[in-house]
Design a binder for this molecule. Structure first.
Ligand code: COA
Length: 161
């Protein structure tokens, strides 16, 4: 595949996201990671901080580029010339939502979605758990990419109080 698009909220990026990014980057010439808006989520980190954390975490992957996109996923796919969208699925609960999003994006924009199984080691990690622990000053290092830990900690510190 020439270009793949991996969209998400990345609020913040976790080791689970990095598992998908690393494996997907081996399947395509170029992987575009897009920080997007999920209207169902309020958002804790600002978009610039999310892009910064992802850029630090992906710096060692030469064919990965990080962008921010404020519109629809199908518009982002068209603008980046993506051949397919990649999404990760965890064993419990992700499939139904991902299936619906994949169908809608294919019907609306002709965009194909490939679902990748998240590695079991990361199945219990989620951005909201990281946000909650960081907000109260807990240790998030085992859940986030090491290159981005300081950036994420600084951005989320004190939000629980
Ligand atoms: N391992 C572990 N956890 C993972 C994971 C993985 N491989 N992949 C995702 N997750 C977790 C995240 O940590 C996050 O946890 P949280 O719910 O506790 O915050 C959750 O799964 C999903 O987050 P993420 O993948 O970062 O983003 P999202 O599902 O919020 O992204 C968009 C959704 C942004 C792609 C979608 O809302 C979108 O396309 N928005 C643009 C508007 C649009 O086009 N809407 C129509 C869509 S049909």
């Amino acid at each position: 595949m020439k270009t793949a698009l991996y969209p998400g909220s990345f609020d913040p990026v976790t080791r689970g996201h990095m598992d998908i990014i690393t494996r997907a980057s081996r399947l395509c010439d170029a992987l575009v990671v897009a920080v997007m808006h999920n209207p169902d989520k309020r958002g804790a980190m600002d978009v610039a901080s999310r892009v910064q954390a992802l850029s630090l975490a992906c710096a060692h992957l030469p064919n990965v580029r990080v962008i921010a996109h404020g519109g629809l996923l199908i518009e982002c796919a068209a603008q980046t010339g993506a051949d397919a969208v990649i999404r990760g699925v965890r064993p419990l609960g992700d499939f139904e939502t991902e299936y619906q999003m994949a169908q809608v994006n294919r019907e609306l924009g002709g965009v194909e979605t490939l679902l990748m199984a998240t590695s079991p080691a990361y199945a219990s990690i989620s951005s909201s758990i990281v946000r909650q622990i960081a907000a109260f000053g807990g240790a998030i290092d085992s859940m986030v990419p090491p290159e981005a830990a300081a950036c994420i900690r600084a951005s989320l510190a004190g939000q629980g109080r």
